[in-house]
Design a protein around this ligand. Sequence first.
Ligand code: AMP
Length: 460
Amino acid sequence: MEGSAKDFKSVGLNDEMLDNLKSLGYLKMTPIQEKGLPLILSDQDFIGQANTGSGKTAAFALGILSKLDVTNCSPQALVIVPTRELAEQVANEIRMLARFRSNIKVLTMSGGLEEHLKIKSLKQGAHIIVGTPGRIIKLFETGMLVANDIKILVLDEADRLLEMGSIEEINRIASFTPLNRQTMLFSATFPNGIKKLSASIQEDPAQVTIDSQHQINTIEQLFFKVDGHKNDALLRVLRQYNPESCIIFCNSREICKKVAAYLGSKNMVVLQIHSDLEQPERTLFLLKFDNKSCRILVATDLASRGLDVKDVAAIINYDLPCNHELYVHRIGRTGRAGKKGLALSLYTENDCTILENISDYLKLECQTIELNDLEKLRQNAIRPCMSTIYITGGRKDNIRPGDILGALTREAGLKSEDVGKIHVLEVNSYVAIANDKIEHAIEHLNLGKIKGKKFRVGKA
Ligand code: AMP
């Protein structure tokens, strides 16, 4: 985070919120937060032109949380996102930021297998709803979602909402909500469709634009010319830079599979994200990458849409993408929220035109590195120190991350540093555990109880 950035105290958040932000490691505001939060907190309609990675979720989430009446259990904020996956990610970020107070309920409504459980949960009351357009419209139409108390409507990734649906859908959602609401719209790009959408549902919005170049400048971009085998080159680059986490981009599903198989044969733990995956598998893979029980994700562009993995230390372009926009999109996944990022690209003789386009577009002298200059003997295996376990209990059993942490540290006797990220989903939970403690943790959790109930536990 830059030295000149302000801390959250300057926008007048309460002490409990500030303590929680500190515990999350959010010490300084990102540019969208610094410029946007004062406007958002003043109840104005708001347009934020910012990319994923800018900290925009926290910007609107802190606005919502500051205005919430926790004693009122009917929905007071509605966040519309383009995909189910994003709904889960946004809801999780809001839940983290809401930890300063107990009993703030955030619910995702975006279709899928567990929807009936969520409807049951909705009937019991929820403060913040995060959902996809089609699902939210259905809930309004059937009277299951009541909008009387909604004070805030957020459209997240509005350009993608319009790409995947229509302006009429969003207008229809807005028409169910009270007129005196605050409407916030976030979008990476600002084409005419978004201007039209804003004009139809917002009143005199304040606009903040965050230059994506600003983010790109924090990413170190290196290019490697490959004359021989690309797989060898990839292995050398990986071993040299030994990133804590990385996404390797390939131009097709077939290449993805080959690259993953090759790295697997070199004793690396690799997961692949491409269109052959079913949703539950995809969710589990992303979760394992997020909780650091896998450090390498191999992905295609299409499959990585809407994928919002936090804190990727490096992006590797196994293949250069076909245009510079895609290049910017790919590398924008590293160097988020002011952190330093690393983008490593392999290229061949055939890629000279696209390389020039990238260099012209970013006004960047592409820094090329000879593979032979990399140290030959590096043997980093890029293996994670954690593995993931599943527990057959989740939010429907009222389990919270603290219950699982308690069972692991108190009953199974693990140290807190042996326990990584805990994801509590609707029916299941997943926890990252240090590799050498995994059998012990599984055995104890299977014998014991969590919140007074027995659950099955195993390696995910
Ligand atoms: P977003 O643009 O909302 O997808 O956020 C990108 C990432 O930045 C997320 O992983 C957030 O948890 C993280 N983040 C948001 N605000 C801050 C902050 N002020 N300081 C550090 N990390 C942040």
